[in-house]
Design a protein around this ligand. Structure first.
Ligand code: AMP
Ligand code: MG
Length: 538
């Protein structure tokens, strides 16, 4: 590992590394697995890789870091973001955190394969942490290797950017590098381990702090350190709340609850299932973080989870994500409760989460349907019935909502027979042959009530469609699309990764040249690994 800045590509970067200055480091600097008490992080350098190649980079993220797109094509960029070189002033570190995994306290987890390079202040004065994922072991790697395979790195890279462009709060991804190194994985935990290509992603966020960063200090009774971390987080990332004190801690927790509720509403809106909502995977900023065995709803099914590891319990299924958000906030509240003389406030704030979520969810559903607000019980009934309808026959969530914008409320639209009325939605049905008598009639009956409801509002069909098309995406990162890009990338062809990155930049636009990417999942993908189910192996 060398430290140099020969090129000038990064010369204008200013590191402030405020986290490191404010919080205590692990005094041990050797890189071996251990428990790390009384510290927020450990010093650790990335491990060099033999033969890195740039797979893709996101120009919008480069721009956040004041880098021109050309800078991403330089050797210096590749050396830095493969973990092969550090810049002067970089003192990389891995964070200590704990977490509840699948409902149970798991003790210390930490950045087992994430290494933070630096905190940068850009020309606008915004701070961003650069973090390599898959750049080798750290003191928190436990019994794992600190590496990441190309398939999961393609998924993280693409999905981070897809989510951002969908308007969902998320950590970002600057670059995806094939490390040139193979990594051993047993993808289905069935004794069939094999070598796979390895990769390093550079993630970027204002902060990577998770609920678990607070929990670990509470679990260890490190209350002074807990307070320092909370104070730092408020000062750094929530300055609008004021100087840290007990009242501000209360407002801060309320803000975290609010952001978590908002994030859950976004996930429900776009049909995203995180798959591993452990408390170490919940961001204190309310960002989507740690893309593992996530998936997108294709057929609408609230019970669906992409994560094979969770197939029995389905704890992290689509429809349960908001409640799990709440459960995780409870754990966070427990963790920070030593800072409160009066913990009633925490309880009240937690209770408020359900109210906030429900309000935001209703507003979001109204937007998805093109309603001018949530008027009364009749609107509630409309939505309750819709959720049932979507399950009568396998119905693609994304295509259904997008197509709903084509429903007409003119007299001609009202005069259509059932079949004609359903015509704009046909693409959404996986088994059109099931649309016989009863099912077709029920969907049509709902559509007629929907038309009547729309006629109560004074906007044209065109205006309504335009508004709906801003919240109902045409393109999402369907699991099989990601898998097709991975299959090619594993053969050294990165074109599909780049194409997906390109089309997912404008998920709400029609983009006719990409229309085939908006189609429902083909039958061959129904049971194929990576296309419908994923394990945690990554
Ligand atoms: P996850 O729930 O997948 O985000 O990861 C849970 C914990 O396992 C975190 O502490 C990760 O850093 C750690 N971890 C996951 N995969 C690896 C790996 N290949 N090497 C080291 N640590 C890992
Ligand atoms: Mg994690």
């Amino acid at each position: 590992m060398s430290a140099s800045d020969t090129s000038g590509v990064f010369q204008h970067w200013r590191f402030d590394n405020a986290y490191l200055k404010a919080l205590p480091a692990d005094p041990e600097s050797a890189n071996y697995r251990r428990q790390v008490p009384a510290a927020c992080y450990s010093w650790v350098a990335p491990t060099s890789v033999p033969n890195p190649a740039l797979v893709a980079c996101a120009p919008e993220v480069a721009s956040l870091l004041d880098l021109a797109p050309e800078a991403c094509q330089t050797d210096e960029f590749l050396r830095l973001f493969s973990g092969n070189e550090l810049l002067p002033g970089m003192t990389p570190w891995a964070c200590c955190y704990g977490g509840h995994q699948f409902g149970n306290w798991a003790g210390q987890l930490g950045d087992g394969r994430a290494i933070n390079l630096a905190e940068i202040v850009n020309q606008k004065g915004q701070h961003y942490t650069l973090q390599l994922k898959g750049a080798g072991p750290t003191p928190y790697s436990r019994n794992a290797d600190g590496l990441a395979v190309l398939r999961s790195s393609v998924r993280e890279f693409l999905c981070s950017e897809a989510m951002h462009h969908l308007g969902v709060p998320t950590t970002r991804a600057l670059s995806l590098v094939n490390s040139g190194q193979t990594v051993m994985r047993d993808m289905f935990y069935d004794g069939n381990a094999r070598y796979e290509p390895g990769a390093v992603v550079c993630r970027v966020a204002q902060s990577f702090t998770r609920f678990g960063n607070f929990q670990i200090h509470a679990a260890r009774q490190e209350h002074e350190l807990l307070k320092r971390l909370v104070d730092f987080t408020i000062e750094r990332d929530f300055p609008e709340l004021g100087e840290p004190c007990e009242a501000v801690y209360g407002r801060w927790f309320a803000e975290v609850c609010q952001r978590t509720a908002t994030l859950m509403v976004h996930w429900m809106r776009v049909g995203f299932v995180h798959g591993v909502m452990n408390t170490d995977n919940l961001s204190i900023l309310g960002l989507t973080i740690d893309y593992g065995p996530y998936g997108w709803l294709e057929g609408y099914d609230p019970d669906w989870t992409p994560n094979t590891t969770d197939a029995g319990q389905r704890r992290y299924r689509y429809g349960q994500q908001p409640q799990i958000g709440h459960w995780n906030l409870y754990q966070l509240a427990n963790g920070i409760s030593p800072l409160f003389g009066d913990t009633d406030l925490l309880q009240k704030t937690l209770d408020q989460y359900a109210v906030t979520y429900q309000q935001q969810w209703q507003a979001m559903m109204a937007d998805k349907l093109g309603l001018d607000g949530w008027r009364d019980r009749a609107d509630e009934q409309l939505i309750v019935r819709l959720q049932d309808l979507l399950r009568l026959t396998e119905t693609d969530m994304t295509i259904f909502f997008r197509s709903l914008a084509s429903i007409e409320t003119s007299d001609a639209g009202l005069a259509l027979d059932d079949r004609e009325l359903l015509a704009p939605l046909r693409e959404a049905f996986y088994r059109p042959q099931e649309l016989t008598g009863g099912i077709e009639r029920r969907i049509a009956a709902w559509l007629r009530d929907y038309q009547q409801r729309l006629r109560l509002q004074p906007i044209s069909d065109g205006e309504r469609a335009a508004a709906m098309n801003r919240v109902n995406p045409r393109y999402v990162l369907r699991n099989f699309l990601a898998q097709q890009a991975i299959d090619l990338a594993e053969k050294g062809d990165y074109s599909e990764v780049r194409t997906l990155l390109e089309l997912l930049r404008k998920p709400y636009d029609e983009q006719p040249q990409f229309a085939h990417y908006a189609k429902r999942r083909p039958e061959w993908a129904r049971q194929r690994a990576g296309c419908s189910m994923l394990s945690c192996s990554s």
